[in-house]
Design a protein. Sequence first.
Length: 181
Amino acid sequence: GQDFVWRHWMRKVFTLTSDPDELRDVLDVSARSMAAFVDATIAGIYHQIQAERDELTRGTHAERREIVGLILDGAPITQRQAERQLGYEFERNHTALVIWSPRANTALTDLDRVTETILRSAAGTRPLSVLAGAGTRWVWIPGEDGHDLADVITVVNQLAGVRMAVGPTAAGIDGFRRSHL
């Protein structure tokens, strides 16, 4: 597709001008623009593949919800077992977020949109996301305090009926639990 568009664009540009300096500038800007578009598309596809791969390797929503529920309830589950099943490390700091809607008519895609924005905002980290119920999403962002949630807050403010709570950043598996609660 890129080659087809490039050849078509070059034919078009050569009909618009014959000035070598202008041609060089137009083709240079065009090439950089096309390369940036292709790079962004590939990065987006990579992220989607990674998310789907993570979903497959970490089990179903119900299994993940059950394991997280055990942790939140303080049930006897080993940290190592939980880490293996969730694909998430507990020996670090965590910031929990709960996204929900008290309205029955809120589009569930709105909750998913907020969750996806959180996942994208956690650059360089691998958050844990759990579908807690039809109208509730739980997310934990690993790392130190001070996550930039400006984009997330903007999205939440645009969506009627969507609410979000952010817990304090806390360390370890107990911090994972405390931040959520």
